[in-house]
Design a protein around this ligand. Structure first.
Ligand code: GLA
Length: 375
């Protein structure tokens, strides 16, 4: 059912605005957005749509296409208690962060695969934020919306994420990756010409979810902050590899490893941008591999399923592969030749079956547009 119709079925009136926002994959620059680093994600073609209408009272009602039998009830007043459960907190958190003072009916339809590490939550937040920005003529820039949706996730949902996922969901451009400088939030669009070189980015959802997802992320963030404090720098962004090596013994071995990942990953992002611009895809693929090794060995956020995707893709002709997103499960990407797609997917399926893992899911997506109002 079309979302406008679904809205009408749930609420008995028509929506005033419909907005959409995409999920993302990150080409490179992992676990460094919260260290003021550089990241290079792109938006995938799967989106979440939100249809919204103002109400005359202060009630909030939310229905999701994925759970049409349930209607979430809240109110503008209740937002101050930061209530709600599960997915509805992402919607309520955005209404709270944007300081909306009027009741709302919302119908959301999330088509970004859930739990795959492809930022379905940022897509939901950004589609609601884009719709509300339009509906209330708030005049917020996409950078401001990224900050506000991150605030919703940090303070309302209480997930300590960085600003990468929301930024790319809001600012991405068809055909380009977004080079985001997380220190000053400046951006550049970097062309991604895989298709014309006969290449594609295979996205493999391992369907693994290891228990470390929440605590592990916060612990990594805290290690970077304590390493920065001990070395007298504002963030990992200000740290040079030479200083890190010289001051090795001021840090615990874990802090040293975390910092080494962050510093080396920032350097890899800069090189990756050069390689992409020069269409040197073999060298670009090698940087993906180095990123994975660093995430696996220094940042220790990979897991056996992600490593198996990367190793199997590489053993079957990929130009490079790595885990993406927070880690401990979720998805990996592999840059592959078009003609190898069948062979590599089969090899990964077989490796998973042999290891007794759940069958993985495969996606591929060209870099797509960021959030927009569609009606
Ligand atoms: C999650 C967070 C992002 C980022 C990545 C790791 O997706 O939401 O802010 O930190 O992990 O790069």
């Amino acid at each position: 059912m079309e979302i406008a119709q679904a809205f009408e079925t749930s609420f008995g009136t028509k929506p005033e605005v419909i907005a959409q926002a995409p999920g993302r994959v990150n080409l490179i620059g992992e676990h460094i957005d919260y260290s003021q680093g550089l990241v290079l994600p792109f938006a995938i073609d799967a989106v979440t749509k939100s249809a919204i209408r103002k109400r005359d009272d202060d009630q909030i009602r939310i229905v999701s296409a994925q759970r049409p039998e349930e209607m979430i009830h809240s109110s503008i007043l209740e937002l101050q208690q930061k209530g709600g459960t599960g997915w509805s907190r992402y919607v309520l958190g955005v209404i709270w962060a944007l300081e909306i003072k009027k009741g709302l009916d919302l119908y959301v339809d999330g088509r970004v695969p859930l739990g795959a590490g492809l930022s379905s939550s940022a897509a939901l937040e950004c589609s609601v934020a884009t719709g509300l920005n339009h509906l209330f003529q708030l005049g917020k820039s996409s950078t401001e919306l990224a900050q506000l949706t991150q605030r919703a996730e940090n303070q309302y949902v209480v997930v300590p994420c960085g600003i990468m996922d929301q930024s790319v969901s809001l600012m991405a451009k068809n055909g380009y990756a977004l080079l985001l400088d997380c220190r000053d939030l400046s951006t550049q669009h970097v062309p991604v010409d895989f298709a014309e070189a006969g290449l594609r980015l295979l996205i493999v959802d391992t369907r693994a979810h290891h228990a470390l997802i929440d605590g592990g992320y916060a612990e990594r963030r805290a290690s970077c902050e304590s390493a920065a404090a001990k070395l007298g720098v504002a963030s990992m962004r200000e740290l040079e590899m030479q200083q890190l090596e010289r001051d090795h013994d001021k840090l615990t071995s874990v802090e040293f490893q975390r910092a080494r990942h962050a510093v080396s990953e920032i350097a890899r992002v800069l090189k990756a941008v050069e390689r992409l611009r020069a269409k040197q895809f073999l060298e670009f693929g090698e940087l993906l591999n180095q990123s994975h090794i660093s995430l696996r060995d220094d940042y220790t956020v990979s897991c056996p399923e992600l490593d198996l995707v990367v190793d199997t893709a590489n053993a079957n002709g990929a130009l490079g592969a790595r885990m993406v997103g927070g880690g401990f499960g979720g998805s990996a990407i592999a840059l592959i030749k078009d003609e190898d797609a069948g062979k590599i997917s089969l090899a990964i399926e077989k490796a998973f079956a042999d290891a007794g893992y759940q069958a993985p899911r495969f996606f591929d997506s060209l870099p797509s547009d960021g959030a927009k109002v569609i009606s």
